[in-house]
Design a protein around this ligand. Sequence first.
Ligand code: 6R9
Length: 649
Amino acid sequence: MSDQQNVYPVSDDIAAKAWADKEKYQAMYQQSVDDPDAFWGEQAKRIDWFKAPTRIKHTSYDPHNVDIRWFEDGTLNASVNCLDRHLETRGDQTAIIWEGDDPNDSKHTTYRELHAQTCQLANALKELGIGKGDVVTLYMPMIPEAAVAMLACARIGAVHSVVFGGFSPDAVAQRVVGAQSKLVITADESVRGGKHVPLKDNVDAALTRDGTEVCQNVLVVKRTGGEIQWHEGRDVWYGDLVEKQSTDCAAEEMNAEDPLFILYTSGSTGAPKGLKHTTGGYLVYASLTHQYVFDYQDGEVYWCTADVGWVTGHSYIVYGPLANGATTLMFEGVPSYPGHGRMGEVVDKHKVNILYTAPTAIRALMAHGENVMDSSQRDSLRILGSVGEPINPEAWEWFYRVIGNSRCPIVDTWWQTETGGIMIAPLPGATPLKPGSATLPFFGVQPALYDSEGKELKGAVDGNLVLTDSWPGQARSIWGDHERFVQTYFSTYQGVYFTGDGCRRDEDGYYWITGRVDDVLNVSGHRMGTAEIESSLVAHESVAEAAVVGFPHDIKGQGIYIYVTLTEGVEPTDELKKELTQWVRKDIGPIASPDVIQWAPGLPKTRSGKIMRRILRKIAANECDGLGDTSTLADPSVVDELIEHRANR
Ligand code: 6R9
C-alpha cells in the first residue's frame, strides 16, 4: 500500500535547534500521562496568571457526570497573555502581518499597536453595554480587526462567537439566537479573490429573522467603503466609536473555567453545535502546541492559511501564536488569486518560516502541474504543516518536494474543534515522518482504538479513535446543551471521549486517521477507509481529486462509488475509467475495486473545504429527493450537475 513507502528521518539541522528531540519528547510525554498534575502544573507557568492555579486536573468522563475542569482555582486574562506581557520585551515587534487580497496591500501591526487597538475596542464594547459573560458574534473579513475583536472580548470577559464570513444570513441568525448574542461585529464588505462579499447586508438580513431581537447593536468596520443600508440607533461605525476611546483598559480577572469563546461546528446530525471553550486550559494548550508542534523559534514569521472562522484560525492564527509572542501572518485572500502561485509569493514577500495549510489547497495546486510555484523561491521556509483532513501520501510528497523544496519537515496535525488544539502530530526535531500519518500523540493525549462493541484493540490494528483521558484544551460543553455534549461524545463508549474518526495504528505505534467513522465502507465484509481509496486514486496523474462513498449493493452489502475530478486538460473516457479501476485494484487489492466511477467537474464542499459525503452518498444511492440541507455548501450548483449525470439509476 502506498502509505507505507517512505520514512523521512528527523533532519540534524532541525533537531539541533528544536524545542524537543526524541528523548525529550518521550520523557515529557511519559510524565504527562503518568503524572498529569505535575506536568500541567509546570506547563501552566508558561502563561501569566493573576492567581496561579493550585488545583490542576479535575475531570470526569463518567456519562452520568461529565465534568471537565483544568486549573480551576487560577485566574487570568487571555488578552493580557497575548498582549500586555509582551510589551516590555517585544512592544515594537510585529504581532500581525496582514496580507490583503490585493497583492499590493499589506500592513504590519506591532504588539504595542495591537494592545492599544484592543484596549480601545474593549472600552468601546463597554460603552455599548457589553460586559462579562455577554456573547458577541463576529462575522468578519480576514483583517486585523478580527483578531482585535476577539482579544477585546477576552479583555472584558465577553464571550466571542466567530461565524465564518462565507456563511449565509440564516447561519448568522441561527448562531445569534443560539448564543443569545447582544452584539454583532462585522464589516461593510469582505474581499476574496477580487470579489466583494456583502457582510453587512447579510447581517441586516440575518437580523430580520425570528429571535434575533436579542441583538441590540451592529458594529461595522469600514473595509471597502461599499454601499450599505444603515439602521439608525442599531448600527455603529467601528472607526467612529473606537477612535475616541482610551488606549488603556484594565483587564477583567477571569477564572480559568470562565468561557473564552463559543465556536459552532457541524456534526453528522442536527443543527450546528456551539462548542464551549474556557480560558486557562485552552490558552495553555494552544500556546504549548504552537511552540512544540511548529517548533516556533523567537523571531520567526508564522503563517496559518486558515480563516479565523474555524478553530484552526482561533488557536493557530490568534491565541497560540500571540500568547507565544510570535509574528503571525493573516491572509485576506485565496491561494488562487491573482494567480496560482500566490501562496509562494506571499511566503517570499514576508519571508515566512512556517507555513500551515490544508490538503485541499495542496491538491488544488497539484492539479495545475509542477510549475505552479515557479513564481517564488520559498527559501525562507523551515517547517510545513497540514490540517483538516487526512493528507494522502501523494499530496504530502508534493507539498514536501514542490512547496518545501525537499528541505522542510511536514507536521500533519490531527485535531478537532472539540479538542481546542493539536492532538496527534509529529514534533519536527523528534519524530521521523511517514507521509499520510499524523504520527504520535502530543503531551497528555492518550489515544486508544475501540471496536464497535467498545472493546479496546491493542497493537497494530484498525479501530475507532477514542481518547481515554482529558487534556487542558478540551471543549467543556455544548453551549446551552450539556446533555447533547454528553450524548455526542461520551455515550458511544463508556468512560472515554469518542472522536468520530476511524484510525489505524501501525507497528511503530504511528496513527493513521482513516476518515470519519461514518465514512467507513464495509464491502463484502471487508472494512476500508474511504480515504484509503481516495488516496490511491489521487496518486494517478489524471486525478485531481476523488471522493469515495458506499452505496447499497445486493451482493456485497456495500459497493464502492467513486466521484473523480480530473486534472485540467484530461479527457474523461471509458478507457480511463478502466485504467482507474485497475489502478485501485492494484494499489489496494481487488476488494477495493470500484463499482461505479462518475466524472465530477466539482465536488460538493463546505466552505471550509470538507467534502460533504452525506450528499454524495445520497446521489450514489439514487436518493436524490432527500438531500437535506445544502445551504452550507460553497457552491450548491455542483450538486445538480452530479445528480444529472449520476451513474446508478
Ligand atoms: C482542526 C479541524 C475535525 C475533523 C476530524 C477529522 C478531520 C482534521 C486531520 C483530520 C486526518 C488530519 N481532520 N485534521 N483528519 N488528518 N490531520 O479540522 O477541526 O473542522 O472540527 O474537523 O477533521 O475527521 O475529526 P474540525
